[in-house]
Ligand binder design. Structure first.
Ligand code: MIG
Length: 765
């Protein structure tokens, strides 16, 4: 396609390449990150995911040390080397990546990822008459057809690749042999593997094979396609419908290093407020203040811990964003005053669609300043969502983001503590927005085709920044749609799942892959959103939810009620047991978030993240780790009361009974309805708190350490749980060393906050 390479030039850490046809460039970001660009759309691109500057590395002529790179020409190829990676660039702009550092390389080069030299073999199975029919009805069938894309990268397969990441895609953990699409989609139907795209576009892929592990991040927001050996077992490909080819090869010795490097590039989930890690109750269907009061009475009366109640669209006046439905919810100050007194936080839903309604301030202001997307003819573009006819804020324009950001203070002044961004794919009731609807991309006009996949990202960014400004606290934003990098601004949930066993089964790999894709703070609607849950399904889902980063029970209007008390005594007891367990484990979760802000590692992890050499975990879809120390093996099958558990190498202890298991094998473990098998790794020190009905009910002045047999070291973090003072040092870091003989030595590594009055040790044996 590009022909022969005819020139090259190096400046500022960027190798600019001239080919017979077109140009390209390779930018060296770090020892482990090399970017490849083929600018097909000019140079107007503003990355949404990569918001940090590239610091030029030092060019040297010999062997590069850390922070250096070298460029040489050998046998017609241009060779770019860092301390850990080598990229070889050939005529035709074929690029092959090698690893030169660490295990396996032994001073030589290990080929990790090579461009495929042949042509794709495209087979379209869609029948001509279906194609003709869909086209006659005006459907855009481009997504159904396989073709060479204007922007495309085709990479060779060795045959033993496992693929992970890609955000919230359906199906199982390992994506090898499947194909996906990136086009943020509001899917109300039951999410099955037939859906190639859901709400999020995170074109980041981790490839694990015998020769090593690496990541590829394709930074392009147009509709894109990823086919992982499904078309042909010789190659996998990425294709985008427009824009430029712009991808990052991301190295790392182990999978965790690749994630650390990817999140160094696109950002990390910031430490949230402590209460956000408690239990959240939600339902689209709490319709008035009596419903909210009843919830509060039930939770506190039944001693079921709960921190947060979510307010779905009914709290608004006629679904107008940034208004309050006084008729049904009464005086906000009064209701929220009661909620504050009882220790409940409130989260408000906000959709992007602004009701077309002259006289309504949001609409009038937006029209006056030209803040809404327009048709190519320059009219305000109108579609419909919950309020009826609605217009779409142009979040790619910084002025619009600032305006939207400032509106958050309307919510925080009412007393809301967090904001839930829904419908931001963006969803639309009168068909999808046409591709040519005009949006802004920072400094130039753009299109819906380019801005669709980052619309939710930009809305979340505006919300996050507005909340920091309004409250000075760590914002709690939860979004449905997003792009790579949104983890810097928002928590995510996986959208409208249903109360189906298939969906609790999907929850585990989906949340694990979101975690591998940078989204440390993610959850599913516990109990299932659509359809009717059953007592058994709810019990099992609460067990998964208690160990998910975000723990929220949420359901759709019209579906069966599914709060913890809606069924029998046993279901209530199981809900209480696991919600209480979550509250005991809060400091463990919080520590993982603290660590994650520094490393980018997720809270909820597939076993493959820590045990990549164990074939038994490559496709393990119904177990996960919470951090390194806890292994959770939830029952996700109807009627099952035993669970097949694989435990990786090392010794493991039943978290509840202390029973010892040797790893590296399978066990059948009893798991009646009130048991979720959980294991602690040998040597673990797990910090716990006393159960409270909500965070802040009483001060957390005692830390209880659960100490498991074996030697181990654990670092625990403590701060005020709310604001950014920790960034100026207002926190404590404790180191606990388990000597394996029932004794734990404590050391304060950093002191900047009031310490616990007591640290107790409970030796599990
Ligand atoms: O078209 O606000 O995914 O969580 O309850 C449905 C109502 C709109 C979709 C969200 C769901 C929320 C619902 N919303």
């Amino acid at each position: 396609m590009s022909g022969k390479r005819i020139s090259y030039e190096v400046s500022d850490g960027v190798v600019s390449l001239g080919f017979e046809q077109g140009s390209g460039r390779i930018a060296v970001w770090t020892d482990e990150i090399i970017q490849v660009v083929r600018p097909l759309e000019g140079e107007t691109f503003h990355s949404k995911a990569v918001e940090r500057e590239r610091r030029p590395m030092k060019q040297v002529t010999g062997t590069p040390a850390a922070g250096e790179f070298a460029v040489t020409e050998e046998g017609g190829a241009l060779i770019i080397r860092t301390a850990s990676l080598t990229a070889k660039v050939y005529d035709g702009f074929y690029v092959d990546f090698y690893r030169t550092a660490g295990a396996g390389a032994e001073g030589g080069e290990v080929l990790l990822c090579a461009d495929y030299r042949g042509e794709r073999e495209i087979v379209n199975k869609i029948s001509p008459w279906i194609k003709a029919m869909l086209e006659a009805e005006g459907h855009d069938i481009s997504g159904l057809l396989k073709k060479n894309y204007p922007v495309q990268a085709v990479k060779t397969l060795d045959g033993d690749e496992k693929f992970y990441g890609l955000g919230d895609k359906t199906g199982f953990l390992n994506k090898s042999g499947y194909e996906y699409e990136n086009w943020n989609s509001d899917i109300p139907d039951a999410h099955t593997d037939a859906f190639k795209a859901l709400y999020k576009s995170v074109p980041f892929l981790i490839t694990l094979k015998e020769r090593g592990v690496y990541g590829l991040f394709f930074d392009n927001t147009y509709r894109s396609h990823i086919n992982l050996g499904k078309e042909k077992s010789d190659y996998f490909y990425y294709g985008a419908e427009d824009g430029s080819l712009n991808y990052y090869f991301i190295g790392g010795e182990h999978m965790a290093d690749v994630i650390a490097n990817y999140t160094e590039l696109t950002g990390r989930t910031p430490l949230p407020q402590l209460w956000t890690l408690g239990y959240h109750q939600s339902r689209w269907g709490y319709e008035n203040k009596e419903d909210i009061r009843e919830l509060m009475e039930k939770f506190r009366g039944l001693d079921i811990p709960c921190d947060t109640i979510h307010f779905d669209i009914d709290y608004m006046d006629g679904y107008r964003v940034f208004t309050w439905n006084e008729k049904d919810y009464g005086d906000a100050k009064e209701l929220f005053g009661e909620m504050d007194a009882k220790g409940f936080k409130k989260v408000s839903i906000i959709d992007p669609g602004v009701k077309l309604d002259p006289g309504y301030a949001m609409y009038d202001e937006g029209i006056e300043h030209g803040y809404f997307a327009e048709t190519p003819e320059g009219e305000t573009y109108v579609n419909a969502v919950w309020p009826g006819d609605a217009v779409y804020p142009d979040f790619g324009n910084k002025e619009v983001r600032d305006w939207w950001g400032k509106k958050q203070s309307y919510l925080t002044d009412l007393g809301f503590d967090g904001v839930w961004n829904d419908m931001n794919e963006p969803a639309s009731f009168h068909g999808e927005l046409p591709k040519d609807v005009v949006f802004t991309d920072e400094d130039h006009p753009s299109t819906h085709a380019a801005m669709h996949n980052c619309y939710g990202h930009l809305m979340s960014k505006a919300t996050y920044e507005g909340l920091v400004y309004a409250t000075g606290k760590r914002p709690f934003v939860i979004t449905r749609a997003c792009y790579a990098g949104t983890q810097k601004y928002s928590t995510v949930w996986t959208g409208d799942n249903q109360s189906l066993w298939a969906h609790i089964q999907m929850a585990v790999p989906q949340l694990c892959n979101l975690g591998l894709s940078g989204f440390a703070f993610a959850g599913t609607d516990v109990g299932g959103f659509g359809a009717d849950t059953t007592p058994e399904l709810l019990c099992r889902w609460v067990q998964v939810g208690a160990f998910s980063p975000l723990f929220r029970n949420h359901a759709a209007k019209g579906s069966r009620n599914q709060e913890p008390w809606q069924f029998d005594e046993q279901t209530l007891a199981v809900n209480r047991k696991f919600i209480e367990l979550r509250y005991r484990l809060l400091p463990y979760f919080y520590d993982l978030f603290y660590e994650g802000e520094k490393t980018g590692l997720p809270v909820m992890r597939p076993l493959v993240m820590h045990y990549e050499n164990a074939p038994a975990v490559w496709n393990l879809n119904d177990e996960f780790l919470v951090g390194e120390h806890l292994l959770v093996a939830p029952v996700v099958e109807q009627g099952a009361t035993v669970k097949k558990v694989y435990l990786p190498e090392g010794a493991w202890y039943d978290f509840f009974t202390g029973k010892k298991y040797e790893g590296g094998q399978y066990y059948l473990v009893d798991a009646p309805i009130d048991v979720c098998p959980v294991f602690a790794k040998a040597g673990s020190v797990i910090p716990t708190y006393e159960v409270m009905q909500y965070v802040g009910e009483k001060p957390y002045d005692t830390l209880k350490l659960l100490v498991f047999p074996g030697e181990g070291r654990y670092v625990h973090y403590q701060d005020n749980g709310t604001d950014f003072a920790y960034r100026d040092g207002a926190y404590n870091l404790y180191e606990f060393v388990n000597d394996g003989a029932g004794h734990v030595a404590t050391k304060l590594l950093h002191e900047g906050y009031a310490q616990y009055q007591k640290i107790e040790t409970i030796v599990v044996k």
